[in-house]
Design a protein around this ligand. Structure first.
Ligand code: GDG
Length: 490
């Protein structure tokens, strides 16, 4: 079993004498002004849950974009602040880098989220490739690389980069410090070469990535796609059987590491008194009286298939009218990338759809969809998972989907079933879920029906099997495997 303790042992045994640097776009602690006072909070993020304990144990450094409005107020002259911020004895250093509006528009909103995001998620949204965005992207990648190099200060360092925002950083670091050991984890899907080849800067991106010693993806399929893409893009030696690439004298191992959650703590907290109390409170607050509850939690993103999900619910209520008046669906939607037009339009489309479906079916004291755009505390979120009969995840394409795993961990075996899009990384592991094709509303509607009609014994067995899978393949396994692989490479 992989636990926080086994991870800590590994780190204090093997990693303690090395400098460990993590870099990601999003920071693990944010300082914000609230009623003229500076408050600090940890954003809800699976990556932070996974990496924060590692950094706390090895006194590492996390380099990230300082995005909070009070972030500059708390850093020292080197843009550093010790964290966890509310800890009297902070354990590691957060090094912030600053990005101005124009750079954010080009690097983050533009190239990262209007070019790479749609390129890698096959949902038929056209990527937008703008030269000016690419220039900002290169500039900010260089800023990350410079900050990391400054923090490493020529020492042997392990550097763990996160995601598609930082593809050029491995090469930028290796050019200055060839001894640095670099891993990069790709949190989203990697598409096939036919899709990737339209990127005008594909060669630079692949070359940037191949300077890393280790590249991690969620599933084998993305690893295979990446190796194929390298084959089509560069003159490199690709070893498919050994899952590695040699390019310009550097060997890169390419491996699947399915990301996960802290299963034990979620399971324990979900069964706690606090969560039971929150179930009552949340039900009252949302005015839920229906016997059967479905839930969904997504960032409001077109890849998550939220409009497809609502159309499927419409189809479900039409096909199985016996559920009208009895079934309510709670959709939690956290606002995301709202400065982009596509996301604004999606918000409008969702509003219109909810309004139309609720108008079509609602009676005096019942409407089928409750759509809430607000942040829920982790305890409230567990309460919502815990009261649900089904969790419906309808992503059109998703690297993993942590909500699927959180729901299974939080739900009681006696209640709850996961209804999961085939096109999520999670569907490869959670084979006992009821899966469906989100592009076909009829398919999703009949998956909802099957989940709600499962005999209790079968449902319990399915949930037990899924719980066992996640308990074993938990977040500590993910981090331990990556650290072990990096240690082996050195
Ligand atoms: C990317 C990849 C991959 C959401 N609303 C609230 C809240 N959340 C939390 C969920 C979950 C997380 O946000 C969302 O994670 P996902 O995995 O579902 O999706 P992405 O944000 O798209 O993440 C994805 C992931 O990276 C990790 O590699 O799985 O495929 O796209 O943890 O619980 N948390 C709280 N309140 C909310 O209102 N507390």
């Amino acid at each position: 079993m992989w636990t926080k303790e086994t991870l800590k042992e590994l780190i204090s045994d093997k990693l303690k004498d090395n400098l460990f640097i993590v870099a990601s776009n999003r920071e693990p602690y944010i300082h914000k002004f609230k009623a003229d006072k500076i408050t600090c909070f940890r954003p809800a993020s699976g990556v932070v849950t996974a990496l924060d304990p590692i950094l706390q144990t090895c006194n590492g450094i996390w380099v990230a974009h300082g995005s909070g409005d009070a972030d500059r107020k708390v850093v020292d002259f080197k843009n550093r602040v010790r964290v966890p911020c509310n800890d009297p004895n902070p354990k590691y250093t957060l090094r912030r880098i600053w990005i101005n509006k124009a750079e954010e528009i080009g690097y983050y909103y533009g190239f990262s989220n209007e070019a790479l995001w749609p390129l890698c998620h096959i949902v038929y949204a056209k990527p937008k490739f703008r030269e000016s965005d690419w220039n900002h992207y290169k500039q900010i990648n260089q800023r990350f690389a410079d900050a990391i190099l400054e923090e490493a200060d020529g020492k042997d360092a392990f550097i763990f980069l996160q995601d598609y925002h930082l593809t050029l950083v491995p090469k930028m670091i290796k050019q200055v410090n060839p001894k640095a050991k670099i891993a990069l984890f790709w949190h989203i899907p990697w598409p096939n070469p036919e899709v990737f080849r339209i990127c005008p800067w594909k060669k630079e991106i692949i070359e940037g990535l191949l300077a890393a010693d280790l590249l991690g993806f969620h599933i084998h399929y993305h690893v295979d796609n990446f190796l194929e893409t390298v084959n089509h893009t560069l003159e490199a030696k690709v070893d498919k059987a050994g899952s590695s690439v040699v390019y310009q004298g550097i060997e890169t191992s390419v491996r699947p590491y399915p990301i996960s959650i802290d299963y034990d703590s979620i399971e324990k907290e979900a069964a706690s008194k606090e969560v039971q109390n929150d179930i009552k409170k949340v039900k009252e607050e949302l005015g839920i009286t229906s016997e059967i509850v479905g839930i969904g939690t997504d960032r409001i993103d077109y890849t998550k298939g939220i409009t497809e999900k609502f159309k499927a619910i419409d189809h479900f209520l039409e096909t199985y009218p016996e559920y009208q008046g009895k079934f309510v669906f709670i959709q939690i939607g956290s606002l995301s990338r709202i400065h982009l037009d596509t996301y604004k339009k999606l918000n409008d489309e969702i509003n219109g759809l909810v309004e139309r479906i609720n108008w079509k079916y609602s009676s005096d004291n019942w409407s089928p969809i409750i759509f809430i755009r607000k942040y829920f505390t982790p305890t409230q979120l567990l309460a919502i998972y815990r009261m649900a009969d089904i969790c419906l995840i309808s992503s059109l394409h998703d690297g993993m989907n942590l909500v699927a795993k959180e729901f299974v961990a939080a739900a009681s075996e006696k209640k709850g079933m996961l209804v999961l899009s085939q096109f999520t990384g999670a569907a490869r592991e959670l084979t006992e879920a009821i899966t469906f094709n989100p592009f076909k509303p009829e398919d999703c509607a009949s998956a909802i029906k099957s989940a709600l009609s499962l005999p209790a014994k079968e449902r319990k067995e399915k949930m037990q099997k899924m719980k066992a899978v996640i308990k074993e393949n938990n977040i500590y396994r993910w981090s331990t495997k990556i650290i072990n692989a990096l240690l082996r490479l050195s």
